[in-house]
Design a protein. Structure first.
Length: 278
């Protein structure tokens, strides 16, 4: 039985729009033993209305005077993303992207991205789902803040795709009492698809992730940063390298311990069986 779990370090926008910082985060994530690093691509002028774009944005985590300017300053150029994908190959870690609009999706597809993530906020963006589906590449869909009816519709739109659903609670950070891991078998039973967990909780011992794996998750995604005190809205819900290493170690242990579903007398049991039963 294959108990392999794919572990994703979601760098997201924790790189602060800084190319060199992104590379440092990628190297740190690789050293933690993750399978994938992930970031995000959006076109703020496409994603936002004119009113949203020009709205003043005053926050300790602001990177611009307006919300649009803030979002623009967290983006990198297509050429920089091209270099970062090349860098991921050089250091030996796979990389993929969350996309938030059709323009970004096509830019990333043109760069050869071979796995796409659609975040919880976009579950009802059926045009985006259709666009990403047209690439004929694997898709991961997060299901936070979504009803089963909304997920039903999204899954129907993506029918025929190589699709994985991620259980997620859209709170940043998320309290342990709101993680609700028992939704994982609910999603498995309803959709008969691979299920994962996208977590935004502060806890970093690996206990919650390991429980998710025991319940059937085959993908685990955690936000990742170098320092949770850095400027940025996602930093406090992210794991630092020490926490990510603990999570990876715990998950790999669970992979080995799960075994298969067969109840047989194991080789390691034979001596004590012989001693006790003759």
């Amino acid at each position: 039985m294959n108990n392999k779990v794919n572990i994703i370090a979601e760098i997201g926008i924790n790189h602060q729009g800084n190319f060199e910082m992104m590379k440092e985060m990628m190297k740190a994530a690789k050293s933690c033993g993750v399978d994938y690093v992930k970031s995000q691509k959006r076109e703020p002028k496409v994603c936002l209305t004119e009113e949203q774009y020009n709205r003043p944005y005053e926050s300790p985590h602001s990177f611009g005077r307006t919300y649009g300017e803030h979002k623009e300053n967290l983006e990198m150029s297509t050429e920089q993303w091209k270099e970062l994908f090349k860098f991921s190959e050089e250091i030996g870690v796979k990389m993929f992207m969350s996309v938030f609009d059709n323009v970004s999706a096509n830019k990333m597809n043109d760069l050869g991205v071979d796995l796409f993530k659609i975040g919880s906020a976009e579950v009802t963006r059926l045009d985006l789902l259709e666009e990403v589906k047209s690439f004929n590449k694997p898709i991961i869909l997060s299901t936070g803040m979504s009803t089963l009816d909304e997920i039903d519709t999204a899954v129907d739109v993506l029918k025929g795709s190589d699709l994985t659903l991620m259980h997620c609670t859209s709170a940043y950070p998320c309290n342990e009492t709101d993680v609700n891991l028992n939704v994982i078998p609910t999603l498995q039973k309803r959709y008969n698809l691979p299920i994962g967990l996208s977590g935004h909780f502060r806890q970093g011992s690996g206990a919650i992730e390991s429980a998710a794996v025991a319940l059937g998750s085959r993908w685990i995604e955690r936000h990742f940063t170098l320092d949770r005190t850095m400027k940025g809205t996602d930093q406090s819900a992210s794991l630092e390298p020490t926490g990510m290493m603990k999570v990876v170690k715990s998950i790999r242990s669970i992979e080995r311990a799960l075994g298969d579903s067969e109840k047989v007398v194991l080789e390691c049991e034979e001596p004590i069986r012989e001693k006790c039963r003759g």
